[in-house]
Design a protein around this ligand. Structure first.
Ligand SMILES: Cc1cc2nc3c(=O)[nH]c(=O)nc-3n(C[C@H](O)[C@H](O)[C@H](O)COP(=O)(O)O)c2cc1C
Ligand SMILES: *[C@@H]1O[C@H](CO)[C@@H](O)[C@H](O)[C@H]1NC(C)=O
Ligand SMILES: *[C@@H]1O[C@H](CO)[C@@H](O)[C@H](O)[C@H]1NC(C)=O
Ligand SMILES: *[C@@H]1O[C@H](CO)[C@@H](O)[C@H](O)[C@H]1NC(C)=O
Ligand SMILES: *[C@@H]1O[C@H](CO)[C@@H](O)[C@H](O)[C@H]1NC(C)=O
Length: 545
């Protein structure tokens, strides 16, 4: 309660916050973009005096505690003061989220946003290879945190190696009626049924374009379309999505609400159009799809619709006007976890040419409270009855198990060899006709070139599932470019460094967080990375002894 009084005392007038940061002057050549963005912002920021208390508090604390301390993500202020304060001020989870997003955006425009300091990541001790890029760390933020791509840069500055923005739907849509987000503080968990509220692909694309143009201008390339294209074509020497070395930007797209899931052609059209707007600003495109959820899934007939859908996305991405195309990942629900469903999804992934899978999401189930035997307070028990997806630390074990299952299934390789790998084999070995052989039988070829990664990239993982492996040369690391190992990102219940490490050990390249940030605040990504480093140090000491 002291906090509330303090905030009232420190109340800063909103007019100060409307101050336009100097770099905004750059927006001139793309004024239509500015107005659209600002219109959206203004609608959201009207009224609510309480929000201004929050901004005032943050800014004033910034002065009182010192800029360096408050803007350093390792400062505990983010966890112990700001997070509970936001929760006090905004009883509604969605309001709190908007306030948090807006605060980051405003603070960023002043250069006052919390950020990770130091050069820890540049040491490369946490680096991972993803899609031919070296990510400087394997911790990501997941979809839903920044649905409208308003704060990708500040999110990267919190230390994330991957930032996923979206989901973005093709046309703007409201989502479900409010309230639609519910907190279970005793569990550090959430239930949400947003229902894909989105400002639409066109507006989101305009924000992403603006970001690229400002980058182009600062890099001295100009601020027009040609400058934008140069950056997108990689001529600035940074990934075109993240605009930061060692980081990648993922953009998630979803279909119109009104488009029926069963009308594959219509869904593909939605995705293709959304991709035509936002695709070129992404390093990774993510699609949200449901698996073929029918009995007898293993028959080709049931995998076919999903394959067709994903192939449509692959085709749309090929049409993107950019030198290097974004990688494509499909996000799958943790509730679709039967062997048949996983096998079906993996088959569609291989057959369509999608590059990887984001394993995990919220669950429709209601996991038992933690610690074991804990009784939820009545107010929270009641919330379990709300419809929606549940997220929280209880999800972790399921996510971990699911990652292992997907890793094994994907590493079995394609059931039907795709034309490209066999033509490569023909070109490089030119010995026998390989077109009708399964991937396993091609392993007897004497390959100078690296073989398809399903065979080569992790022979240890495969030894049980592919006992016939008789490669004469066994390149262990470099997969053939035409058939690289599928990439896995994991999401669901990841809250600390030990868990992130376990997830990576199970075969994922990136561990994404959402709910942990809602409860842990802006320093969460830094904390998780710090814990991973401490763990690694301890391991070293143990092995030395
Ligand atoms: C409020 C909220 C909104 C979300 N919105 C999306 C979304 O638009 N698209 C999506 O794929 N996942 C969405 N998610 C799922 C998260 O990206 C994440 O996969 C999930 O919450 C599990 O991770 P966590 O335990 O770290 O929160 C949302 C989650 C929450 C809590
Ligand atoms: C989705 O919405 C857009 C814009 O209204 C429309 O052009 C498109 O046809 C819709 N998609 C489908 C499959 O109806
Ligand atoms: C996303 O996938 C889920 C199931 O996995 C499905 O129920 C939902 O309709 C999809 N939403 C969109 C917008 O594609
Ligand atoms: C992922 O979770 C979000 C939010 O809970 C939900 O709207 C979406 O349908 C889910 N997607 C999949 C593929 O399950
Ligand atoms: C490779 O095989 C094709 C068809 O069998 C043959 O025409 C060609 O001469 C061969 N090339 C080499 C280099 O052996």
């Amino acid at each position: 309660m002291k906090t509330a009084a303090c905030m009232r005392a420190l109340h800063i007038r909103p007019s100060i916050l409307r101050y336009r940061a100097p770099h905004r002057a750059l927006q001139h050549p793309t004024r239509h973009v500015t107005t659209a963005t600002e219109a959206a912002t203004n609608v959201r920021s009207t009224g609510t005096r309480t929000k201004n208390f929050a901004y005032g508090t943050v800014l004033t604390l910034g002065l009182a505690f010192g800029y360096l301390y408050v803007t350093d993500t390792r400062a505990s202020i983010h966890e112990w003061l700001l997070v509970p304060a936001l929760r006090q001020i905004y009883p509604d989870g969605e309001e709190a989220h908007h306030a948090g997003t807006h605060m980051l955006k405003v603070l960023h425009s002043f250069g006052l946003n919390p950020r990770e300091r130091g050069v820890a990541d540049s040491r490369g001790d946490l680096a991972v290879e993803v899609f031919g890029h070296t990510l400087n760390n394997p911790i990501g933020t997941s979809a839903g945190i920044d649905k409208g791509a308003e704060i990708p840069t500040p999110l990267f500055e919190l230390g994330a190696g991957i930032v996923e923005v979206g989901a973005v739907t093709l046309v703007p849509q409201e989502g479900n009626p409010k309230p639609r987000v519910f907190r279970l503080p005793s569990q550090n968990a959430l239930i949400n049924r947003y229902g894909f509220n989105s400002e639409g692909a066109e507006l989101v694309a305009s924000r992403l374009r603006q970001r690229v143009r400002e980058f182009a201008y600062q890099a001295g390339l100009g601020i027009d379309e040609a400058a934008e294209q140069q950056v997108l074509d990689g001529e600035a020497g940074v990934p075109p999505g993240s605009l930061l070395n060692g980081r990648l930007l993922a953009v998630q797209v979803a279909k119109n609400k009104t488009t029926s899931e069963d009308d594959i052609d219509a869904v593909v059209r939605d995705y293709a159009t959304a991709v035509s707007y936002v695709g070129k600003y992404a390093d990774i495109l993510v699609v949200n799809v449901s698996s073929p959820n029918t009995p007898g899934l293993r028959t080709l007939q049931n995998v076919e619709p999903l394959t067709r859908l994903l192939s449509g996305v692959v085709q749309a991405v090929k049409n993107i006007d950019r030198k290097t195309k974004p990688a494509i990942m499909v996000k799958v629900s943790p509730d679709e976890d039967s062997e048949a469903q996983i096998a079906g999804i993996c088959e569609a992934v291989w057959d369509s040419g999608v590059d990887g899978v984001i394993v995990g999401n919220t669950t429709k189930k209601r996991p038992d409270p933690l610690p074991k035997g804990y009784l939820l307070p009545a107010s929270e028990a009641k919330l379990l009855l709300e419809q929606g997806g549940y997220s929280g630390p209880q999800m972790f074990e399921r996510t971990l198990a699911l990652v292992s299952k997907y890793r094994n299934a994907l590493d079995e390789g394609p059931k039907h060899p795709s034309p490209s790998p066999s033509s490569i084999l023909e070109k490089t070995s030119n010995s026998t006709s390989t077109s009708s052989q399964s991937s396993k039988t091609t392993t007897t070829l004497d390959l100078d070139q690296p073989s398809p990664s399903a065979l080569s990239s992790n022979v240890d993982d495969l030894s049980s599932s592919a006992p016939t492996l008789t490669l004469k040369s066994t390149p262990k690391t470099a997969p053939a470019p035409s058939n690289p190992r599928k990439v896995i990102f994991a999401t669901g219940g990841i809250t600390n460094g030990r868990q992130a490490r376990e997830i990576l050990d199970a075969g994922a390249s990136v561990a994404q967080v959402y709910t942990a940030m809602i409860y842990g605040g802006a320093g969460t990504v830094s904390r998780i990375k710090g814990e991973m480093r401490e763990d690694a140090e301890q391991q070293k000491t143990v092995t030395k002894r």
